[in-house]
Write a protein that binds this ligand. Structure first.
Ligand SMILES: Cc1cc2nc3c(=O)[nH]c(=O)nc-3n(C[C@H](O)[C@H](O)[C@H](O)COP(=O)(O)OP(=O)(O)OC[C@H]3O[C@@H](n4cnc5c(N)ncnc54)[C@H](O)[C@@H]3O)c2cc1C
Length: 545
């Protein structure tokens, strides 16, 4: 990935669509600026502190060619892809870069590396695709003098496909597209499509309890994991892929979402399905966000709903229409239709169905009938197919917005249907208040991204003028306000981005004191020296010995 943003290394920054500039300038009052990233040569990097003896022993485990400490490799592994990560990188702050990047080729090499690092006191940061948006791959060294990043990209094989049980076993460094390509060639799909799909990996999905865009139907990654192997400094933990078991609490749940603080996931066995014969995506409109939420609740609780279900609030609908505006006759006719039907200024819904033809037809008919009686207006397949085509394009625009001096950040949460409206209002207000108080009034947008029988997730996006010279203070104030509001209004601190470094201050309110102690005990058993990913998930754990 390019070292300061999104897209393949060497690719150029995407252009903002024509509709974006007037919106930023006139409506949001964001002054036109040009704030490009510094050149790679100008990134400030600390000298690597790995002793030559340690370097030699590490190289003996993975091979000299798989121990890298050149500028591009260190800078590319210095951060994930959160807003603060990108701000730091773009202004040339590479102070957090690892001392070296190691690329193990097998679980045996991973185990040997962890053994050595534990003995010598070297911090280890597992690295999949590096798409963490919560500071999860930041190479913090904790109490240790040196930190290495374990890049798992060489472990990229599908090691087993059990067709009869519909289980696929992967090494951790398999990327989203690679997993789907090898599965598709055998007639299967994992059905896991986070927006970071192009770069994220199987190990990263499992380590962060990731949710894909179709997880309402296919299930989140935590529902797809059956078996897993974890290489920990204390040894290997193997969770076997039983379909179900009553043998005590499931240790699988300890490994899934462990964010590299317990060890390295070296293998994951995941439930897969037959490739869908039919995909059908369509758009709907609701007069208000509240009406749309109520319709989604009814759909989900009635069973047999869509695989993809997204409801944008009024602001997000308006922004996406403005960004996509071409002024065409079809677009004008669409707007007139919404106006005539009393849906102008309303909210767009995307629903998608995947599977065998009769199943898709059945669920679609059922869903349509509920959406219609709840006040929905059918918009046909065009908006659904446009969403499907563009579903990975959003992140590419982030670099263009940063080049233009615009802060753009996202956060997510989930709660019960009963508290969803309160959470939506509370978080939105906290973001508006925090950013307005600093003189940078934002546009705050939200969509419902995943449905559950008992509730749903909310995904917020906010954009504002960057506070030049104080970008990170501005971000921290907004993030703190939103996170406090999430806790106050009954939301989880993260529905799918994970805890990483950024959410650790709020974990105690989520798990309770005893819950945190329990995780600490697990960490002490698996990683007694505390070398694994210091400062993440439970920051104080790195101080335990
Ligand atoms: C533009 C964008 C869109 C995103 N969209 C989504 C989305 O739709 N849904 C979603 O859930 N998330 C999303 N994310 C967040 C992120 O992509 C996910 O958390 C993803 O699962 C991380 O995978 P990765 O391979 O990049 O992991 P990394 O970023 O490399 O690592 C994430 C964490 O897992 C640990 N880790 C990685 N591999 C291993 C391993 N093998 N063993 C142990 N620990 C490991 C790391 O140490 C780190 O703590 C998005 C991020 C971006 C930048």
């Amino acid at each position: 990935m390019r070292w300061f943003g999104w897209g393949a290394e060497g690719s150029s920054t995407a252009e903002l669509p024509a509709g974006a500039e007037p919106l930023l300038r006139d409506e949001l009052g964001i002054p036109a600026r040009h704030t490009p990233p510094v050149a790679l040569e100008d990134v400030r990097l600390p000298e690597p502190v790995l002793e030559s003896g340690a370097r030699e022993r590490l190289a003996a485990i993975v091979g000299e060619e798989n121990l890298l400490s050149d500028r591009l490799t260190r800078v590319s592994r210095a951060a994930g892809r959160s807003y603060p990560d990108l701000v730091r990188l773009r202004c040339g702050d590479g102070s957090g870069a690892p001392d070296a990047v190691l690329r193990p080729g097998s679980a045996t090499e991973v185990a040997e590396l962890l053994g050595f690092c534990s003995e010598e006191g070297v911090a280890v940061v597992p690295f999949g695709g590096g798409t963490s948006v919560v500071g999860g791959v930041e190479p913090l060294r904790g109490e240790f003098p040196a930190v290495i990043t374990l890049d798992l990209a060489r472990m990229h094989r599908l090691t087993e496909l059990d067709r009869s049980s519909q289980l696929a076993t992967f090494e951790p460094g398999v990327s989203g597209p690679r997993a789907e390509t090898v599965l598709a060639s055998r007639g299967f799909t994992l059905g896991h499509f986070p927006q970071s799909y192009e770069f994220a990996t199987i190990g990263g999905y499992v380590a962060t309890r990731s949710a894909g865009q179709a997880s309402t139907g296919y299930g989140r990654i935590d529902e797809l994991v059956r078996g897993v192997r974890l290489a920990a400094p204390a040894g290997e933990l193997v969770v076997k892929p039983f379909p179900a078991s009553a043998a005590g609490p499931q240790l699988r749940e300890l490994v899934v979402g462990s964010e590299g603080v317990l060890g390295v996931i070296t293998e994951a066995t995941l439930a897969v399905r037959a490739l869908p014969a039919r995909r059908r995506y369509e758009g709907w409109s609701f007069r208000s966000f509240g009406d749309g939420c109520e319709a989604f609740r009814q759909v989900e609780q009635s069973g047999g709903g869509p695989d993809v279900a997204r409801l944008s609030d009024e602001s997000e609908t308006r922004l996406s229409m403005a960004m996509a505006s071409s002024g065409s006759a079809a677009e004008r006719a669409g707007k007139a239709y919404l106006r005539v039907r009393g849906h102008e200024g309303g909210c767009i819904v995307i629903v998608g169905f995947e599977g065998e033809e009769p199943d898709v037809a059945h669920r679609r008919t059922h869903t349509r009938s509920i959406l219609r009686s709840a006040g929905g207006l059918a918009l046909g397949e065009r908006p659904g197919n446009a969403w499907l085509r563009n579903r990975y394009s959003g992140p590419y625009l982030r670099d263009a917005l940063l080049d233009r001096g615009v802060m753009v950040e996202t956060l997510e949460t989930a709660t019960t249907w009963t508290r969803l409206g309160e959470l939506y209002e509370g978080v939105g207000q906290a973001l508006r208040d925090s950013l307005s108080a600093r003189g940078t009034p934002p546009l705050v947008m939200c969509h419902v991204s995943h449905l559950y029988r008992s509730g749903a997730s909310l995904y917020f996006t906010f954009i504002a003028a960057q506070e030049q010279g104080a970008e990170l203070d501005q971000w921290r104030a907004a993030k703190t306000a939103a996170s406090d509001a999430i806790v106050a209004h009954g939301g989880t601190i993260t529905h799918h981005h994970a805890v990483g470094r950024d959410h650790t201050p709020w974990l105690r309110s989520e798990l309770g004191e005893l819950g945190v102690e329990l995780l600490r005990a697990a960490k002490n058993s698996l990683d007694p020296r505390g070398i694994m990913n210091p400062g993440k998930l439970l920051p104080e754990l790195s101080l335990q010995s």
